[in-house]
Design a protein around this ligand. Sequence first.
Ligand SMILES: Cc1ncc(COP(=O)(O)O)c(C=O)c1O
Length: 432
Amino acid sequence: MTSPPAFRSSRVPASGPFLQMDIAKTAARKNGVVVVDLSIGASDLAPPAEALETLKASVDDPATHSYCLKSGTQPLLEAAVGWYGERYGLQLDPGAEALSLIGAQEGLAHALLAVADAGDAILMTEVAYPSYFGAVQVAGLQPVYMRLGPDLLPLLDAVEQADLRRAKVLLLNYPNNPTSAVASAEFFQRAIDLCRANGILLIHDNPYVDLVFGGGTSPSPLCLPGGRECVLELFSFAKSFHLGGFRLGFALGNRNAIASLEAVKGPIDFNQYKGIMRMGITCLGLPREVLLRDALVWQRRAAALVEALRREGCEVSMPTAALVSCLGGPEGTACHDVRALVSLPLAAAAAPPPGMYLWLRLPGQGADDVSFCQQLVARTGVALAPGQGFGPGGRGFVRVALVQPEEVLATCAVQIVAAMREVGLQAAVPNA
Ligand SMILES: Cc1ncc(COP(=O)(O)O)c(C=O)c1O
């Protein structure tokens, strides 16, 4: 038996496939390959000019320079509950049902420490945003992975009674990273009912709230019946306003959960810089058209990438209910498992999935997504995120972040298909 390394607790998460990808990207660059990084969901769109102006003005204001205590976060919290009330029709108390965050990711990791004890169970999907796995490990929680149904939503009814009894948290995220699945209000209501019946906190990580198409509003569980009793919802400025590097978000929801989270954060951080919070307030006041315009950019990019893959001979299905796409050959063999619904020709399908990502299943059985991504970046410079990094249900998938213009994505599609052919993923060979 090997002894554990020095100065390392059992809470430290193991490094995953993303480290392997980082190494592969660095090696490709060293070999003179130009890397087009579609492996990270960092928006390439510009933040709103008004937001940057607010920040610049704040830097010159000495009132922003000191530590930011709770009272200093009040203007952001008032703006956040105002924004939520306008959009969802529920008036929350900014003093007790809202908390500022240094990004949704920070909020989630601390929330898990705040609301559950080591050894408690957490219900989470078998495919999820990678940092969830690390946050669960740091909090010492036992993950119970929920299988996804054909609509890519977790099969809540399939969760065992024993797991429901020992779970303290149900963790959801819609619109979803990486699958781009969306959940209806009916689904959220079922989740809320389950949580209330079992004393579970529903944490809804909602950074993609504005990445919906067609002018719709994505459902928020907090405003549904019973939501205030058992929901903690996390919002971010990273995706709606392209401010990922500025680290700002907020939590809204159940007052006990908010109080616990605030108490855990107390000894850890001093809130975000006031100038960045002022920038957030500016963002929340922007007209909705700005957000819808940007959401359309992602939609057009998703469509362009799908079109280009199809031109290369890949059968990319766009199921209308489920939002996963499959890469397959003309016979569509890769589409015959439970993840794929009806395989519709693109022209007949609904719009591409909302969100910044395309979640693609590699053709064939048991394709090694990590090795494919490593070889792809080494040969072509196109970096994708291997599905295994998104949990046990991600094996054989890749995620494409749509963070380049349409024409670049179209070129990448050609390279992706060529690399598949070279590594023997024959189902994708055009006209094979
Ligand atoms: C589901 C999900 N949650 C949280 C985050 C991180 O949000 P933030 O930048 O606000 O920490 C991301 C970023 O990609 C995400 O996809």
